[in-house]
Design a binder for this molecule. Sequence first.
Ligand code: 1GP
Length: 260
Amino acid sequence: MIGNIESRIRQIVSEKGFFHFTLIDPEKTDSLQKQIVGLDATGTDGYLVGGSTGFYPTQAEETVRVIKNFSSKPVVLFPGGLFGLAKNADAIFYLTLLNSLSPYFLIGAQAQAAPLIYKMKMEAIPVGYVVFGKSSMVSIMGMTQEIEPRNYKAASAYAMAASLMGMHAVYLEGGSGVEKPLPPDTILKVRSSIPKDVLLIVGGGIREKEDARSAVESGADIIVNGTVVEESGSKSLAKIIEGCGEGVSVKRSRVLRGCP
Ligand code: 1GP
């Protein structure tokens, strides 16, 4: 079943060619109010709230509250664990860390969270999460089996598995703050391996307009930025979002030609 927030995301992807999420880590929220006003004006389409290392349970809720006070865009949880739940968010990325070697990240955390998610009546968007590399915080915390960024075959196999298991989206994670974003060829190959209605999310190390443009050209539906906002604020983000827009025509012509 597709809920309201996912429908809104899908509608923006089909109208504009992409959806942009700004990631806010509840651990790093100095002057958040001012930040949100600036970020909202960049054209970002929504906010993800989360991080791989723990924070106090109240921090996620407080972060969501501040964002919602200053923005009417969707606020979606992107939890690194149970500590990432917040009842005032609009929806949650219900993540399965597909290449984790730990049963906890494959089903343990999800089972612990499920009764709470039902209780909160929160929209859950099932997302297959594929983490590349071995040194980012998320790969260490999530105990992942390493997938090198160029290994599109392994990434595609996980993405296809996610699709067969009925997940609505696949998230290709390069790792927050990594030096280089994922290679466009990996994104393209994964895109071509899964049905078009499975949303493709790409994040990790996107710092330049060109990185965002080639990710969208390669078939990304949703782009996520966190570090660039923390490092250089909303001006850089506006450029990146511009880059996403520039990638749309190539992405669309590829689809029209029946290419992946
Ligand atoms: C991290 O993919 C996101 O989970 C965003 O990565 O912080 O490198 O933008 P960055």
